[in-house]
Design a protein around this ligand. Structure first.
Ligand code: NAP
Length: 250
């Protein structure tokens, strides 16, 4: 069977581990050539690139902190010189930190908003000139917290609420250029970041297992196939949507 993304080029931000790494590998398995962006984990990014190449795909790692304009500019100039085009952008890089309102401060706010919202907007802006006349697909990784609104998550949930909102706005702005803009809103997913934050054990895990209709936390391979769907022609009449993938938690 023909691969769904043959001839396409995808940039996946924050693809050295977790959900981004899973999406990069899934897009590559369908034939897309990948830029594996990372901030600090060169080893992780190189491992993802090697796995893709060993499976018969094409990938390059490009370092860049996508909360910083200069790094974002460099990411897309590298993409242009390596592949000459862009068809799929997955805005996955993100940080998540929970804090009760009493402990919210400027540093907590800016760390999350600078990457999750400002970085995402600047990344889309810099990516746009690389999309061709056939348009393409932008996939923003949001979170199911935007509808669950869990306590102690005010800043993080606000960043992802902004991502949902700007997904709708940019779908309208970019539709005429055949660029579709959608969001995936994962529930709790077992990733390096979720583990490091203590979310995959204890109260949070128990809450998800007892509340989610499917009775378990998610895995990266629960998310990646939906990114392939949103990147491909299978979703060609879909834009401005948020797809909740949370085992039914809402
Ligand atoms: P993760 O395991 O912590 O991985 C984060 C990735 O983002 C890493 O590749 C990291 O690269 C990269 N990154 C961090 N800061 C960056 C920056 N400034 N510039 C470029 N890359 C950067 O995270 P995850 O759990 O897979 O989460 C990925 C996305 O899904 C985030 O947007 C998160 O909010 C969202 N999400 C996660 C969950 C969950 O339960 N895991 C649920 C809902 C939504 P380095 O390793 O090089 O730093």
């Amino acid at each position: 069977m023909a691969k769904k993304l043959e001839g396409k080029v995808a940039v996946v931000t924050g693809a050295s581990k977790g959900i981004g790494a899973g999406i990069a590998k899934a897009l590559a398995a369908e034939g897309a050539s990948i830029i594996v962006n990372y901030a600090s984990s060169k080893e992780g990014a190189d491992k993802v690139v090697t796995e893709i190449i060993n499976a018969g795909g094409k990938a390059f790692a490009v370092q860049g902190d996508v909360s910083k304009q200069a790094d974002i500019t460099n990411l897309f100039s590298q993409t242009k010189s390596i592949y000459g085009q862009l068809d799929i952008l997955v805005n996955n890089a993100g940080v998540f930190e929970f804090s009760p309102i009493e402990q919210v401060d400027e540093a907590h706010f800016h760390k999350q908003f600078n990457l999750n919202v400002l970085g995402l907007l600047l990344t889309i802006k810099e990516a746009l000139p690389l999309f061709g006349e056939n348009g393409g697909s932008i996939i923003n990784i949001s979170s199911s917290v935007t509808t669950l609104t869990p306590p102690n998550s005010s800043v993080y949930t606000a960043t992802k609420g902004a991502v949902d909102a700007l997904t709708g706005v940019l779908a309208k702005e970019l539709g005429a250029r055949k660029i579709r803009v959608n969001a995936i809103n994962p529930g709790l997913i077992a990733t390096e970041g979720a583990h490091a934050g203590g979310f995959t054990e204890g109260d949070t895990k128990t809450w998800v297992e007892s509340t989610a209709p499917l009775g378990r936390i998610g895995q990266v391979d629960d998310i990646a196939p939906s990114a392939v769907y949103l990147a491909s022609e299978d979703s060609k009449y879909l834009t401005g949507e948020t797809i909740n993938i949370s085992g039914g938690m809402r």
